[in-house]
Design a protein. Sequence first.
Length: 220
Amino acid sequence: MTQPDYILYAQHGWADTHRDIAALTQSVASPRAHRVTPNLGFINTWLRMAPLVDAVDAIATQTHHLYPDIPIRIIGHSMGGLIWLEVLKRHPDWWPQVESLILIGSPVSGSDLSRTLDPFQWGIGIAKDLGQNRRPLAEKIAAAIPTLTIVGDVGNASDGIVPIACSQFHRARCITLKGIYHDALKCHPEVAAAIRHYWAQPQSFRLPPAVSLTERDRTG
């Protein structure tokens, strides 16, 4: 059996399916990459995140058993990035194999959207999970895994849904793309170009710097 260059996991987010994120992986992956893009189901993403984490964990664990020594790359859009932070929390033994973690518009420190979905903070559905602050977890992971965050800026330092600062954290590099809304980030050509550029740099697969590096320029 031919071994892939690497395993590329890509996870869609809230109120979405795998279609667009799968298209993104097709535009960035090498021909011999093994792409894994779980479809968690549109309706399921409105409920609670724990079953979604369990589902992705199960798929990744099965894949890891098939390819135990193959490098791993991860892309997560919005809540998909949060799901992968939780999966990696469960599997620190995988961290040495992860060459790259890319979070696209992920509300790492807690989404303002949760207050819209659950204004009285009753813990309704996915709102409680989206509102959780995962910055300490993300920084711990980024200390061991080269991490890039890609954010959109359509004005007011936000992609229209997630504030830029909500996606930034220490030890992760950050690229800001002007004029791209949150939903469009998951399959935008400029996002694909930013990912390819990041992967093409030898330093991308080294340990990240102690202080975050923000690239405010438009990447194309």
